[in-house]
Structure formats: structure tokens, C-alpha cells
Ligand binder design. Sequence first.
Ligand code: BES
Ligand code: ZN
Ligand code: ZN
Length: 484
Amino acid sequence: MGYLQKIRSTTDSWDEVTAPFIALGIFEEGTLTSTGNDIDKVLQGQISKAYSLGDIKGKTDEVTLFYHDEKRIAVIGLGKKDKFDAEGARRAAATASRTAIQRKIGDICVENFDTEFVQAIAEGITLGSYQYFDFKTDDEDCFDLKSALVMTENKEAVHRGSVYAQGVCYARDLENAPGNHTTPSRLAESAAEISQAGGMKLTVFDRDEFTEMGMGGMAGVSAGSDEPPKFIILEYYGGEKDEKPKVLVGKGLTFDAGGISIKPAASMDEMKYDMCGSGVVLGVMKAVSVLKPNMNIVGVVPSTENLLGGKAYKPGDILKAYNGKTIEVLNTDAEGRLILADGLSYVSKHYDPEYILDFATLTGAVVISLGHITTGIMGTDEALLDRVRQSSKETAEKVWELPLWDEYCEQIKSKVADVKNVGEARQAGSIAAGAFLKEFVQEGIPWCHFDIAGTAWGKKDSPYYYQKGASGETIRLVLNLMGV
Ligand code: BES
Ligand code: ZN
Ligand code: ZN
């Protein structure tokens, strides 16, 4: 399966647990957690001896193994005690999963590090268990973690953490799969799976339907591809009938060759990840389908490839989006904003959203400004941006706001149409994209755009990011923000 499906909680003590791998923590100051102290006594002080001799330093990501009967005791470094937080716990738990998998140990037990960060621990165990080998035919190296226990009474936090992280892993699988597998049809199938499990309503418009409806952005971008494009809508009604829905829109560009304004060949394969915005929407809806919260949520995924061909749209073409605004296309590689224009107009018209959040691997420029560390955010509503920042802190998924000031909004005005799909050459590219999207969100609806081009993949390998592949970042942030 590639990741852990379920975590259980236990109030048994470490010596009553049958798992052959017990993970506990040690701080840089040398303090062991309570389970650690108990085990140290049974091991006749070996752990504290290793610390005093300097073989254990307690630094983050450090692991030292000890042995008792048939059990491995993994002592995991937690860093400085006064800096230890939910992210530290998440990371340490992920280290436990990774260590066990490397040794082909299928069942683990992780203590709660004497903290309340139980949800983060369950997230870390699951995220750390993630591996991607769907296309390996020789399965010798393919070993999955089978079960995990967390030493806590808080079953609910264990369940929530496990479901959040499974939403992330579900999205990672879709994102890591190549463009010939994760097609718009495949995204629609995933949406169908999720809708069935969660009692959601699914609507999928195909090329003829969305063209007829006036989605000129979708029609233009998809014109050069024979792979059937889809405009996917998932509606979940768990709240009161009159309660405004929270709306998510995600760029589902399953392969971006750039179109007629073709991209260079180097690293073009990475453009299979150009659907990671849709991965966020589907990952969140996957978790919603399990947790079934009391609220209304709508997820929309405009999905197509961006290729070249005799029917492909061209620089200079003018398209009309779903809200009636005309767009001069000056670069066919700035296609994400064109399909989002239809997505954002559609949800503005058909729902009365509490807020709209959109997710897109939208600009190479955001990778230049914020690297693979931080997601660029832009929006129109200070209160919503504050909530995003708060959830960012709570989930350790970093965001930074870029200014959507009027001077930038001027830069996307066109001489021949209402707007053009690029700003000034080599300047503020991520902001120009945000300014463009703003034109398609109805005024008055709180809205926040997440440019995840840097953070959706290619992050440094760490206990819970897998080999520079898809990260699933911002899924946990959104679940936290919505209060799922
Ligand atoms: N999908 C790309 C953005 C991207 C590029 C993400 C590199 C991650 C890494 C997007 O469709 C795109 O090509 N944007 C152009 C816009 C430009 C033509 C105004 C870009 O960023 O170069
Ligand atoms: Zn592009
Ligand atoms: Zn793109």
C-alpha cells in the first residue's frame, strides 16, 4: 500500500506491548521521557551511560538502538527540551517509522514523549511510513510498515492524526504517479471513490459540456490534448442547509509541456506534478470522507494536460472565461491561471462561499523567491489570511504573504482584452499570477491563493518527506483551518 493504514492506541506499559520495536525520546540535556527512564533501569543504565559517554547527543533525527529480550528499543533525539513542540514530536515519530522500515520491522510502538502532541505523533508515524513503489516489479526492497501503537489514552487524537496523514499520502500517490497514469480521468475516478465513501455529490463536466457552458480557459488550454479533460466538482454537506460552504479549488494540470510556448526539455518530466493543487483538494476531501465533519465543503478540480498540436491554443489568442471576462493569451505556458479562472468564476457564481482557497503549482517565480521551504500566499481578506497563518504555525507548513497591491494588479491589464495572462517580463511573476486570479473571484468573498510550486515536491529529504517526491504540503494546514 505504501503507507500505514491504521494506528491504535494503548495504555499498556512498554513491557506489556508485543511490538518488537519501542520508540522513546531523549532530549539534548540528557533527560529521558518517563518510558525511557523505566527502560533505562531495566537495561541497567545503558542509555544514560551512552549519553554520558557522548554516544547519544539527543539531537533531532538521531536514533540509537538498544536491545531487550527480542525487542529493539529505539532512543530518538528530541532536540532541546524548551524548543520541543508538535513538529518535534511529528518528526521524531516519523523517524521511528523510517528506522523500523529500514530494518524490515513491521510493527512498532511509539510513546507519547510525555506530551499532548498525540495527533502530531500519529501524523508523523504515518507520513514517515510513506514510500512509493507502485511501478517497481522487483519487490525485494518494498517493505511496508504494518502496524503502529501510540502509548496514550487519547484515541481520538490518534485517529485524527492518522486520517489527516492518510489524506496526505493519498494525494502523494496520485502526484507521484506519472502523467500517463494520473490523467484527468484518473482524478475524476479518485473523486468518485471519495464521494462514495463520504456520501458526497460528484459532478464531472467533459470537454463538450464545459465548452458549451462558457469555460473558455478550460477549452483553450485543453485544445491541444487528446486526453479527455474534466471539470470535477465534489460537494459534501455535513452542516446545516443554510450554512455557507468552505470552497477549495485546485489546479489539476496532469502534464504541463508549456503548449506552443514550449518548456525547455530539462526537468520537463517534473511537470507531472503540475496537478498537485488538485492533490490538495482530493487529499482534504479524502480525510473529510472519513471524519465526516459537521460542515459544508465543496472541492473543485479543473483538469487537463497542456500540450502542443494542430488544435492547440496559441499566443495572441483571446479566450472568454466563465465569468465573461476576456483574456489575451501571451504565453501558453501560463495556463494554470486560465483553468483556475473558470474554476474560481464557477464557484463564485454557484455557491455562496464562506471562503475560497485555491491551490496551484502556479509559478516558477515562487520557487525563486521562497525556495522549497515556503508556500506563497495572497488574498483579499486579512482575517482569512490571519487564520491561514495561525494554521500554518500549528501544522508547521510554512506560508508567506506576497502583496497584491494595485500597482501589480495594473500589470495584467490588456490593451485588446480585459486582462492578459502574463505581467511584466521577469518581474514579480507570482504576484502577477495572483493578481490575475483575483479578477475571477467575486468581490466580497474572502479568498486566499496558495502558490505551492516550490513546496509541492522537491523538498529536502527528511523523516517525513520522501525522496524529493510529492510532499502533500498544505493538506494538513487546510484540515486544521477548516476544523475537520
Ligand atoms: N506549472 C508552471 C509553473 C512551475 C514551473 C511550477 C516550474 C514549478 C516549477 C506554470 O504553468 C508555468 O509554466 N508558469 C510560467 C508562467 C510564465 C510563462 C508567466 C512560469 O512560471 O514560468
Ligand atoms: Zn505552464
Ligand atoms: Zn502549469
